[in-house]
Write a protein of this length. Sequence first.
Length: 137
Amino acid sequence: MKYYFPIQVRFADTDLQGHVFFGTYLTYFDEAASGLLRALGYSYPELRARNLDIVYARAECDYIAAAQFEDLLHVYARVARIGTTSMTFECAAQRATDQMLVARGKIVCVLRDATTHAKMAVPAELRRAVQEFETGA
């Protein structure tokens, strides 16, 4: 994966066992997916200007190893699939110091009309932006 979002684990991200609370990884994946969309020219304000909205329909996470307070994580994201009205982001969190994979997962989002909330087709321009980013064109 080409794109990553650096995240420093905050104390608030950890649980009593001293490692990142399991639900926090979904927030990290959201940050990386949002960052990737910004890199593609589709920040949330840009989406809203186009009358588009994104809602999450599914999320999954596999936990591989523990991350601790103050670990620097590189949270990678890529668009793995584009459907008619949905996009699937694959994500992976690695500890920056040793490249240890700590978690991986997917987020499926659905595009919808920001006014009516009806599902909308993924715009051709967004499809192109993903293709160009992934191929380096």
